[in-house]
Every structure is written in C-alpha cells, then in structure tokens.
Design a protein around this ligand. Structure first.
Ligand code: 6PG
Length: 444
C-alpha cells in the first residue's frame, strides 16, 4: 500500500498450505506483492541487502526460522523480529547474527491487529547501521505523530527495542486494570449506558486515551438485547509480557507495583473455580448501595495514571543507565503518542516533560496535581473497602505515592532484623560517613 515491492512467505506446513495463496487473493489489488512457499526462492526474490521481517510467535520458533534463513543470506542482510520476543533472547540473536556478518533487529510493534496492519508504533533496536537501512520502510509504514513525524525511532543497541516494547506492555496491563477497577466501582450502582456516559465525559478531558475509548465502545456493545461484556467470563488471559516487565523491574531495583498488581489481578481472576467456591461461603448481605463520588473517582483515576506513567518510565531510565543504552525517554513517549495501545493525551504531554526532566515528579505542576488529588484517591479507596471491591492497582498507586513522599520509612527495623539474624550490618543516621555497623543484639 505504501509502494514498496515485497515478497511474502509462509511455510507450506499441514493446514497452512493456502495461507500465501489466500493472502494474495485477498490482496489482489496490490501488484507489488509476490508470494512464496519455498524458502530459497523467497530469499532469492529479495534485493540485497535483504530485509526480512518475521512475524511469528516468540520463542524457539524464531531461532528455528533464523537457522533456516541463514544458509541463503549474504553479508549485511537484515532479519527483523516484529513479535514480542524477550529482550535478552533478542540481544543473543543480535550477537549470533553479527558473528555471521548479518544484522538482527528486535522491533517492538504495538497497535494490535489493526495497528500492525495499518500503522503501528514501532520500536526497533539493534545496530544503528541496520536501522539506517530499514528506516525508510519502517518510518513509512508506521503511525505518525501529531506533527506528522513517524512513530518509529531508533531505540538503541541489543535488545532495547524489545525491552521498550515489553515495558510498554507492562504499562498497558496497569492502564487496562485501572479501567477494569473503575468499571468494578461503577458497576455495583450503574448500568452499562450510565458507565459509558461517565467515561465519555472523561474522554473529553486530559484523561482521553485509546484504552478509555475502546472501553466506552465495549460497555455499549450489544448482541440482541444483551451486552456482550456481561456474557464474558471474568478470567483474564495473558501472554507473558506483563510478567516479564515486572521481573525486569525486580532485577533493576525499579518499583513497579502497579504493573505487578495488574499482572497478579489477572492471575487471580483466572482462579475462577476457587473464587466461586470461596465466595459461596460468604454471607450475602444485601444493603442499599450508594453510588460512588464520580468527581473523586475521576480525579483518583487521573492520579493513578500519572503514577503508572511515572513507574513505567522508571525501568527505562534505570536500564538505560545500568546498561548504557542511552534511551531517549522523550522520543519513546513521542512514538507512543500514536499507533500503540497506550497512546493518550497524557502521553502527548509526556513528550515535553521528558525533554525537560528526568522524571514526572520533577515537574511542579504534576507534583501539585498529585498532592491535590490525595483526598479523592482516599475517597475512592474507602468506597472500594466499604463495598468489598478489589482495587489493587489504585491502592498500589496510592501506597507508592505515600512511600515515595515519606521522609521516614520503617526500613530501619528491617535493617535491625537483618543485622540481628544474619549480621548483615546497618548504617547509622548519626554517621555521615555511612560506615557499616553491627550490634550484638543478645548482649545484655
Ligand atoms: C500491542 C499489544 C500486543 C498484545 C500483547 C498483550 O502493543 O499491540 O500489547 O502486543 O496485545 O500481546 O497480550 P496479553 O494481554 O495477552 O499479554
């Protein structure tokens, strides 16, 4: 559609024999597409340096395809992995292909099915040389930001493209869970139309986002007289990127309580049978339900989204320092302003914030905004307690905010306990050299 000559290939495995011919039939209007089910012929049809984008399930299949391709490639050819591969696997593949004088680009692609086809946000990582070779194509097919610039930029070396995409997904998990918790709060006293109305009002404010937009559509979608949402089993799936980003945050010492809460909320939802049996043992108290304070909920949602963005960009900042990746957070925010799942008004705003500051809290307006929303988030949390509604991700946001703005935490007791049972030593407030001390705690 963008005028590039392309060749497409799919293996002629059992059940997949017609994938290529069906694709050609469906896209017969495109005269610049050639289809292949023979790998050597497919590779031979490409101009050098060859640029091969593989879109298959992450994992061993990627290595298998790489090994099938290598014998037919020549020096300088580029393989691009557009799936959700783990960034450490990608880094290994970059090295492996480099040892064969080939390039490997791990390219995070966000936008779901529609976006991937019609203009996604693209996060390519690998050698700069390989990026320069593929940039004209990627930048043409990617989504465009408000100013018309491509939502695609060179992220950095090794597995950085997939690292950034993984963190995008961690933020996506928390953004989705926040909306699910807002839905849970409203659902006990409102019908779908009313909820959709409230969220539509929010959409006209700085809270506007793609995920909010699709949630409004989802709330209203009917099959006959029934809302589709009401027919969906409340057991959430996942393909692993949320837990990968939480694990990466643990490894980096980054505090990502919101994305991990969102991952755990999905896991817990999947224990449907257990929940069913335990809930049947609770006494059913029917009480009159008072609706939530919508203004407070709106402001709590704004608060929690800011914390989610703050927490989400932290592993990027920390990994960039730790691994010398030189990630440009403002550019990352910019390529996330369109095409991707977490695109939003606030992401637009974030581009300028990261041009000026290292993190959101350095921005006085954001900080004051968070301070002034405290009473609202407290109000929404008490509402969730009153009616026994799980509200994990909002809690995670608020607890994080309290801790991160506290001069004194109870970690002195943790240090004392560590020293007591394991002689792990501690530092003292009254010693500015921060030397390490040990106390014999049993000595009388
Ligand atoms: C995107 C999405 C996409 C996909 C993920 C999440 O940015 O386009 O994040 O990559 O939806 O696979 O999947 P799970 O929710 O199944 O983990």
């Amino acid at each position: 559609e963008k005028g590039f000559d392309i060749s497409v290939y799919n293996r002629p495995a059992y059940g997949e024999e017609l994938v290529v011919s069906n694709f050609l039939k469906d896209n017969h209007a495109l005269k610049n597409v050639s289809g292949f089910t023979d790998l050597p012929q497919f590779v031979a049809s490409l101009a050098t340096p060859r640029k091969i984008l593989i879109m298959i399930k992450a994992g061993n299949a990627i290595d298998t395809v790489i090994d099938q391709l290598i014998p037919f490639l020549s020096k300088g050819d580029i393989i691009i992995d557009g799936g959700n591969s783990h960034y450490m696997d990608t880094a290994k593949r970059v090295d492996y292909l480099a040892s064969k004088e080939l390039h490997f680009v791990g390219c995070g692609i966000s936008g779901g099915e529609e976006g991937a086809r019609k203009g996604p946000s693209m996060m390519p990582g690998g050698s700069l040389e390989s990026y320069q070779n593929i940039a004209p194509i990627l930048e043409t097919i990617s989504a465009k930001d408000k100013t018309g610039k491509p939502c695609c930029t060179y992220i950095g070396p090794d597995g950085t493209g997939h690292f950034v995409k993984m963190v995008h997904n961690g933020m996506e998990y928390a953004e989705m869970q926040l909306l699910a918790e807002v839905y849970a709060i409203m659902k006990i006293s409102m019908d779908n139309e009313k909820m959709a109305q409230i969220l539509s009002d929010w959409k006209t404010t700085d809270l506007s986002s793609y995920l909010l937009e699709i949630t409004i559509d989802i709330l209203q979608k009917k099959e006959g007289n029934q809302y589709v949402l009401d027919t969906i089993l409340d057991a959430a799936g996942n393909k692993g990127t949320g837990s990968w980003s939480s694990k990466a945050a643990f490894d980096l010492g980054s505090v990502n309580t919101m994305m991990s809460s969102a991952v755990f909320a999905r896991y817990l939802s999947a224990f449907k049978e257990k929940r069913h049996s335990l809930s049947s043992r609770l006494k059913n108290v029917s009480e009159a339900i008072e609706g939530p304070d919508i203004k407070a909920l709106e402001s709590a949602y704004r608060f929690a989204r800011i914390i989610n963005h703050h927490q989400g960009f932290e592993p990027l900042r920390l990994a960039s320092k730790e691994y010398h990746w030189e990630l440009n957070l403002s550019e990352i925010a910019r390529i996330w302003t369109n095409g991707c799942i977490i695109r939003s008004d606030f992401m637009e705003h974030s581009v300028a914030i990261f041009k000026k500051y290292e993190d959101y809290f350095e921005d006085d307006i954001i900080f004051k905004n968070l301070m002034s929303s405290e009473s609202s988030i407290k109000d929404s949390i008490s509402y969730s307690l009153k009616y026994r509604i799980p509200f994990d991700t909002f809690w995670a946001a608020y607890n994080y905010w309290i801790s991160v703005t506290s001069e004194n935490l109870s970690a002195n007791l943790i240090q004392a306990q560590r020293d007591y049972f394991g002689a792990h030593t501690y530092q003292r407030k009254d010693d500015s050299t921060l030397s390490f001390y040990h106390t014999n705690w049993l000595e009388k």
